[in-house]
Structures are given as structure tokens and as C-alpha cells.
Design a protein around this ligand. Structure first.
Ligand code: DAH
Length: 336
């Protein structure tokens, strides 16, 4: 008879030691990899539990079931602990990943300075809106003009004294930079039959020395209506309505004036902060202008008006110097 080299108590003590060691190691494992290494070390084919079980053959047969049961219970317990720990680590890993990748929408953003519409453009937009509301169509023409469209067709021949006030920049080919948007009247009428109602905004040029109220480049808006039976009353009503929309309920007056392309002609003043301010020129379209575009002045009549945008913007926003519009000084521009 072989003498058992092991007794039951020693083996069960070894199982208990393994249990304590394994449970602590599992609890302390901080990564899934470590956990897998522990599983192999304790429960793998060559793991510690297998090594202990390999010794069972050396126990008296009557002790084997007890130890077998203990070993199986331990194996189950370690498997459960490994699984539980694995779940915990997985959840922690996901939580850490979420925390790292999540976006905190309450953090302050990256601010970029926001631009806005230039006060000259917003003034143009306001004025166009008013005339579009009155049934007018927006029209445009070129800034580089011929002498014909800028002067001749507007009843201003080469020797006309009115040209003195509209000296401009001349191009080598004899063309020029338009001095007013009135040239758009001619271009539009040449291409369209009455009735017409247009509002034409655009850049204009004059050889003026720059100062607080003059710029060599500036903006105008032109108004033109031609139809059968239009009278000065229509002109007055339109201008009055427009100015009331823009300035509110302020006194206005029409003063007799002269322009080569209108007859009669008038200038319009607005009473603004205690002073009369001249804001536009206007009049009934001269019959010679209508003839130049092939309209019969016996059938059609029209009225026209023109004004500087800078002037309006300066009055509306209390701006003291026209040059502020063009110098791109943010301290100025950001006020609007
Ligand atoms: N074109 C003129 C200027 O630049 C302004 C003007 C006056 C336009 C009378 C008109 C008008 O249409 O009827 O000074």
C-alpha cells in the first residue's frame, strides 16, 4: 500500500491560499490584459489550480471527492470574479473614453469678429426698399461712361456751363468716369418703353478736392418715372412720401433750381436739427431728353430726381466727415 504523500488538509489549505491570493489579484487588476493574464495563471491548463488538482492522485481515494468539490467551487468562484471584474473594467474603459471624447458645449467658443453691412450700403438698401415699395425697379449702369450718356444725351452739350461743376476723370479713349447716375436714365430709356419707374444706385466720380463734404468717389441714387400724364404733382408726392419714410415727419421745401436735363427743376431741402439741409435735385424730364431716347414728348412726360447717398447717411447718422466712410476705421464702422 502506497503512503499518501499529501493529506486532505494540506491540499485544502493550498486551495484556500490560492483563493485569497487570486481574489486579491483580481480585485487589483486594472486592465483587461492583466485580468486575462491572471485567468491563465490561475485557471489555465498549466495554471495553479490545475497544478493543485494534479496532486489529487496522491490523496487517499476517500478524500478526493471533498477536495474535488472544493476545487470546483473555487474554480467557479474565480471564474465569476474574473467575469465581474472584466465587466467593471470594460464599463470603466467606456466611461473614460466617453469622458475623453465628449464635447463640453458649455465651454466658451472661439469667437471671430463678426462683420456687418457698411453704413453706406445699409443706407442704399433702405432707400431702394422705399422705392421698390412704391413700385420702382432697380436699374444699373456702367461707371465708365461715354460723353454722350453722361452729358450730351442729358441735354448738356460740350460748351454747357453746367459741365464746370461736374469735372471728372477722363480716360485716354475719350470716355470718362460718370459724374452722376443720371446716365442710367438714358441707358434705361433706350432699352425700354414707357411706362417706366426706376431707381438706380451707383458709384460716381468727380475731380473734387477731398474735404469733409467732398470725395472724388461717392454714391448717388437716381429716380426716373416716365408715363403718359405725369406732372410735377406726381414728382412732389413721390419725393414727399420718400422723405417722410426716411426722415419721419419733418418739414421739407422745394426750391426752384436749374438742371439741363429737367424743366422745371427744383432742389429739395429737409429741416433737420434746426437747419435746412439740401438733400436732392429733381424736376420734370426735359423734352429734349425724351426726344434723345426716341420718346414723343407730346405723349409722354416724366420726372426725375438724384441725390448723394453719403449726404443722407451723414445726416441720418450724424457723421461729420465724408472721409470716415472710406478709411475702414473699425472704431467708426463698429458703431453701426
Ligand atoms: N445729376 C444731378 C447731380 O449729380 C442730380 C439730379 C438733379 C438728378 C436733378 C436728377 C434731377 O435726376 O432731376 O447733381
Amino acid at each position: 500500500m502506497t503512503t499518501p504523500t499529501l493529506d486532505r488538509d494540506r491540499l485544502s489549505q493550498q486551495l484556500k491560499d490560492l483563493e485569497a491570493k487570486a481574489l486579491q489579484a483580481i480585485a487589483e487588476a486594472s486592465t483587461l490584459d492583466t485580468l486575462e493574464q491572471l485567468r491563465v495563471a490561475y485557471l489555465g491548463k498549466k495554471g495553479e489550480l490545475s497544478q493543485i488538482l494534479a496532486l489529487m492522485g496522491k490523496l487517499p481515494p476517500s478524500d478526493r471527492p471533498t477536495i474535488g468539490t472544493l476545487a470546483n467551487t473555487l474554480k467557479e468562484k474565480l471564474l465569476q470574479e474574473l467575469e465581474a471584474r472584466r465587466e467593471t473594467l470594460k464599463a470603466e474603459k467606456i466611461a473614460a473614453q466617453l469622458a475623453a471624447e465628449s464635447l463640453d458645449v458649455t465651454l466658451p467658443g472661439v469667437y471671430r469678429p463678426q462683420g456687418h453691412i457698411h453704413p453706406l450700403n445699409s443706407t442704399i438698401d433702405r432707400i431702394l426698399d422705399i422705392f421698390v415699395g412704391l413700385g420702382y425697379t432697380v436699374a444699373n449702369g456702367p461707371e465708365m461712361e461715354t460723353d454722350y450718356y453722361n452729358f450730351e444725351a442729358l441735354n448738356t452739350p460740350a460748351d454747357h456751363p453746367a459741365r464746370d461743376m461736374q469735372d471728372t476723370f477722363y480716360l485716354p479713349d475719350g470716355n470718362l468716369l460718370r459724374t452722376h447716375t443720371s446716365s442710367v436714365q438714358i441707358r434705361y430709356m433706350e432699352l425700354n418703353d414707357p411706362p417706366i419707374r426706376i431707381v438706380a444706385p451707383g458709384r460716381c466720380y468727380r475731380r473734387d478736392a477731398e474735404d469733409a463734404t467732398h470725395a472724388a468717389v461717392f454714391h448717388q441714387i437716381e429716380i426716373l418715372a416716365v408715363d403718359e400724364g405725369l406732372t410735377f404733382t406726381d414728382l412732389k408726392g413721390t419725393v414727399t412720401t420718400f422723405l417722410a419714410e426716411l426722415f419721419g415727419d419733418v418739414p421739407i421745401r422745394f426750391r426752384a433750381s436749374y438742371f439741363p436735363f429737367t424743366e422745371p427743376s427744383a432742389e429739395v431741402d429737409v429741416q433737420w436739427q434746426g437747419r435746412w439741409l439740401e438733400v436732392m435735385g429733381c424736376g420734370m424730364v426735359h423734352p429734349a431728353v425724351l426726344k434723345n431716347v426716341g420718346y414723343d414728348p407730346e405723349i409722354y412726360s416724366g420726372f426725375a430726381a438724384g441725390f448723394g447717398v453719403e449726404r443722407f447717411a451723414m445726416v441720418l447718422h450724424q457723421i461729420d466727415d465724408i472721409r470716415r466712410f472710406y478709411t475702414s476705421d473699425l472704431r467708426f464702422l463698429q458703431q453701426f
